[in-house]
Design a protein around this ligand. Sequence first.
Ligand code: PLP
Length: 352
Amino acid sequence: MSWEKNVRTVVPYVPGEQPKELNVIKLNTNENPYPPSPKAVAAIQEIDPREYTKYPDPEALLLRKALAAYHGLKTEQVFVGVGSDDVLSMAFLTFFNSKKPILFPDITYSFYDVWADLYRIPYELCPLRDDFSIDPNDYMRENGGIVIANPNAPTGRMEDLSMIEGIVKANPDSVVIVDEAYVDFGGTSALPLIERYENLLVVQTFSKSRAMAGMRIGMAFGSEKLIQYLNDVKFSFNSYTMNAPTLHAGAASIEDDAYFKEQCAKVIATRERTKKALSALGFTFADSKTNFIFATHRSVPAAEIFAALREQGIYVRYFKKPRIDNYLRISIGTDEEMDTVLAFLKTYLAGR
Ligand SMILES: *Cc1c(COP(=O)(O)O)cnc(C)c1O
């Protein structure tokens, strides 16, 4: 059919499985094992029904103001969207608009190349070193933009802020996006640098550390200029990306900082304990500053462990991709969930 040659064809991003059964241990999409702040849940229940009738605030001020106050920024330095996927996609569309290739690591969040293809943005992959570290020299050449997840996914590895700053500083002619989806689990944020570098956009999310993946809230912090450009594109696309209940729940979550810090500390403690247990079982991994561990076993292939776990109703993530096809990405669940996984692995590996 001739109309088909005019279709914008893309190979879509493949999200982790969302199994229908409830009695599984779900460690495959880095969700938080704990509930969100009770104040966020209450905020949705207490909403005035008239807010459902009217369009939501297109400026999303309730949430942007809460985020600005929390980080000591101006509201004009904050952008919000429907998860950081929405924010990142909008940022690609806004800032990566040159003929020069954008740069990102060969092993990273697998949505970056999908957006680049969708928007016809040329890109070049910068191979991570064997220990999954970034070689900053890869980013010291002409480019149309840079995107770096820090800590990185799916590796879990964090780069020093000084390296990130070096890359931002060396590229005043490009926008550098730092995707900090996991920064709350012990990472160092590049956020303070936005006051010094007009070309730095820091993207974060409520999906992991704030246990609100189902609400879809993401945000970007940057210079007023960057945020203005993002808003211009957003308002040319869809004025009402954020719905009213979500704005209330997001603001309430930000205000409940004690709960947030406590939940993050719990995940971090479980992660550190899980690292020790996995090492004892013969796994190796880059040191994780996230809510997952990206591990390979010294003798048993990852694909086989993945299948065995799956049979037990334990879902982890396995990427059949070059360089990482012998690794499993295991999200940090509750202590009880991790104990079940570790106990199974111990028996399974002993029988191999
Ligand atoms: C999970 C994740 C995102 C997207 O999360 P949202 O749920 O869309 O906010 C973005 N980047 C990385 C690296 C992630 O792991």
